[in-house]
Design a protein. Structure first.
Length: 453
């Protein structure tokens, strides 16, 4: 547990997950602010002939679509891998048949007759997280109505080549290209239930649902501007973990406690923020750290890990978010953690118990994050021992994040103990890791890399 007197360092997050029984019993002083209004039915007008629309119901047989739209004569979906259409008819099974529909799938729907058909359905109960491949993707939109299209696809960056949406009224495509001028881009905004073609140069995930399942209890002491900015920061964090790691967020609450005796913390399903967090420059990184504590409990349940692993993975997760969101390199982050962690004299193996870890206070977070980084780097470069050179300048930027630190918590739920989950995921026994890490730690403190910027 970290005291309020400790000011947060730019290199680490001073946040705790174990807050004690007294705080666990504390409730927010303000009434809850719901994450979303109650869902209302969505109605899409389908024109006679061909329409593009999103399937937003649960995964299931394509017959469900025909049941919902009696006037429907044909359904087409796109097979990304084979690069061809899959088709479905109400009374026959064609070659290359479409048999299943999934949430967020884009569909071509052919409506028979001469009348407009109103298709009413409920929006998705959970979030919409899509996995897109390089090339063309036919996908639906499960996000907000009226979302400016450039904003909805900006996270694709230079992977986005173009997008198209079929206008069933004009029977023409509306188009968007990131390198085109505004007057040429006729695809300007999207609405819940729309579908469109997205062409990418590389694969990507697309989280469309922002803070679905998240509630805020912030009270009246904070301004509306702060409420909005906190939501924006939390949205960025949830989106990062969804699109980087494929994690759909579990339900959780963000609470403001002005008299909280620590900087920030997490309990099952709750992120707790003190007044000191509100104006902190790296507030979004704090939220990333605490959100990872939510994910730890979500994946592993009540199965416990050593304190250095609990806080080290959360600090490492916050660091991964910071590398993506801020202008900083992995080398700079490691150097900052190295300087901070030199105050820790205990070996990592002694920081298993919460009371011992928190007794060391803030520098232990940095040391634990360096340990997780070592594990991730070793695993990422396991196929080439010559490349595993953690003392080299720039090494933290030389390997791709394997997400093993997340897989560890998934394995933990069914493991006999944390040591077996650790060895299975990271490919090294706990005892061998402790010995190797202490040797690395000693060498790192003595190496010139420690003072490099």
């Amino acid at each position: 547990m970290l005291s309020r007197r400790l000011r947060p360092s730019l290199a680490v997050l001073l946040a705790a997950v174990a807050l004690g029984a007294s705080l666990a019993a504390t409730s927010a002083t303000a009434s809850a602010e719901g994450s979303e209004d109650a869902p209302v039915p969505l109605t899409t007008q389908l024109q006679p002939g061909w329409n593009m629309a999103a399937w937003l119901g649960p995964d299931g047989p394509v017959s469900t679509v025909f049941d919902e739209i009696p006037e429907l004569e044909r359904v087409y979906a796109w097979d990304n891998e084979a690069e061809r259409y899959l088709r479905a008819f109400p009374t026959s099974v064609p070659r290359y048949a479409l048999r299943q529909v999934s949430t967020g799938m884009g569909l071509w729907l052919y409506i028979g007759g001469d009348s407009i058909v109103e298709w009413t359905r409920m929006p998705p109960e959970g979030g919409v997280l899509l996995s897109l491949s390089a090339g063309w993707n036919l996908v639906g939109w499960g996000g907000r109505d009226g979302e400016p299209f450039p904003e909805s696809v900006e996270r694709f960056g230079d992977r986005l080549i173009e997008a198209r949406r079929w206008n069933a009224v004009t029977r023409r495509y509306e188009r968007y290209r990131p390198d085109a001028d505004d007057s040429s881009n006729t695809l300007r905004e999207v609405n819940l239930g729309d579908a469109f073609w997205i062409r990418l140069s590389d694969e990507a995930r697309w989280w469309q649902s922002e803070l679905v399942g998240t509630t805020f209890e912030l009270g009246d002491e904070l301004t509306e501007e702060v409420h909005v900015s906190l939501r924006e920061d939390m949205t960025a964090v949830v989106t990062f973990f969804a699109e980087r790691y494929g994690i759909e967020p579990p339900p959780f609450t963000v609470e403001y406690h002005p008299d909280l005796e620590i900087f920030a913390g997490a309990l099952p399903g709750r992120i707790l923020l003190s007044s000191g967090v509100i104006d902190y420059a790296l507030r979004d990184v704090v939220l990333a750290h605490e959100y990872f504590h939510i994910l730890q409990r979500h994946f592993a349940g009540r199965t416990r890990s050593p304190a250095w692993m609990t806080e080290g993975t959360a600090t490492y997760a916050g660091g991964r978010y910071r590398l993506a969101a801020w202008n900083i390199t992995g080398e700079q982050l490691r150097n900052a953690r190295w300087r901070h962690s030199q105050q820790v004299t205990e070996p990592l193996a002694d920081l298993v118990l919460i009371r011992v870890f928190y007794g060391v206070e803030a520098p232990a977070y940095s040391l634990a994050a360096i340990a997780v980084e070592w594990l991730e780097g070793r695993l990422a470069l396991a196929g080439d021992e010559a490349e595993f050179a953690p003392l080299e300048v720039g090494w933290p930027d030389s390997f791709t994040d394997t997400a093993a630190y997340i897989e560890y918590y998934r394995r933990l739920a069914s493991a006999q103990d944390w040591e077996s989950a650790f060895e299975r995921v990271f490919g090294i026994s706990v005892d061998d890791f402790y010995a190797a890490f202490e040797a690395y730690r000693e060498a790192l403190y003595a190496a010139p890399v420690a003072s490099a910027e």
